[in-house]
Design a protein around this ligand. Sequence first.
Ligand code: HEM
Length: 407
Amino acid sequence: MTTATTTQHSASVLFAQALRYENRADPYPCYEQLRSRPVVCMEDGTWLVSGHREISLLLRDPRISADRRNPQQQQIRKSLLVEDPPRHDQLRRLVTEEFVPRVTRMRDHIDALVTGLLDAHMSEQPGQLDVVGDLAYPLPVTVICELLGVPREDERLFGSLARRLTRGLDPVDTQTEEELRELQQARGELIEYLEGLIARHDATDGDDLLSGLMRAQGPDGPMDPVDLRVTLGLLLIAGHETTVNLIANGTLALLRHPDALARLRTDPELATPLVEEVLRYDPPVQMSGRSTLADIDLAGTTIPKGARVRLLLAAANRDPHRFPDPDRFVPDRPDNAHLGFGGGIHYCIGATLARAEAQMALTALARRLESPRLLADPPPYRENAILRGPERLAVSFDRLVPDSRLT
Ligand code: HEM
């Protein structure tokens, strides 16, 4: 083997190892090894980028396309997530204008939802909570459904569809034929559901996001029905599994770092930098993808035009060239330019919403659970390697302290 093929081989082996389920609870040692070559080509021709500097440059490079769809997906209309300028920018502007003000108006309501979900456990003495099933999962589903205007009675149906669909984000070659068929089935069901929802929706004077998007006027008039359906699907899916994982990963970090938990209990201001640290230390979206529109020279090598590129955001977040002591959880870490929400023109639209939900959920857990203890460490993880997070997070506690505003 030549040196180049050896490098390709070891990168492929390491990446496969990082994706293997037995490493789901801690893929970071594999990422660390991968980072020794921050830009590397694997045996299947995909390029892996794992350095903070290199990913940050690529996210802002106009010679990069967000379109990384595999051949089975080429027939599907592109969402703004995989669209390039100028269409990306037009769609994004329409969505941002409708989305951001509604999120701001929802803050108090999110806090009330967190209180209500925890109060459901008030009668248990001493208590047990599955932080995923009882809080991290229902909170973002309810929030996004209310924000968009999905009827309450559809939340369950929609929640299970979203779960089935996120598996589609994993690399295709890690999925079985059966899983790909199941994914196709779930996509069909989502399209059918969303088309029905749009057809039934009266946007005349509704205040929900769907009504706003139906009425919005872009440079070419209103969104066409397919763009509307695809955008709606993206918002529902993108805001779902990701926020669940942020709350669950954050709870896990707090329970493993009792000092941080104790500080958050008495200082709710800590929630802001602490959630940023969770997004760096254990990000809900571990990686993303791109393709190249031209040859790109980077870190002493050249990624050729037409290559598929994987951006290992979670590896970049622990790059010692960017973050001092990167494997340490520092709840008030200064200068925390993590890539947990990506960067450049595709920077997460839902960042403000996700931050608000996680800050409120983690603060409430810290203040209200007396002597919380993890019942399984590491907890069981879900299959998905990209939107990575615990399946369940069982916590026992002595008492649920009543919400201070109620006492
Ligand atoms: C903790 C929660 C979240 C995380 C970690 C997260 C992460 C990300 C990341 C990494 C990207 C960039 C992907 C790329 O460049 O390839 C992204 C884009 C996006 N996110 Fe989020 N996200 C979260 C929550 C949300 C929520 C709540 C919504 C909306 C309801 C949302 C909507 C979007 C959209 C629409 C994009 C595409 C933006 C574009 O392409 O211009 N996300 N998100």
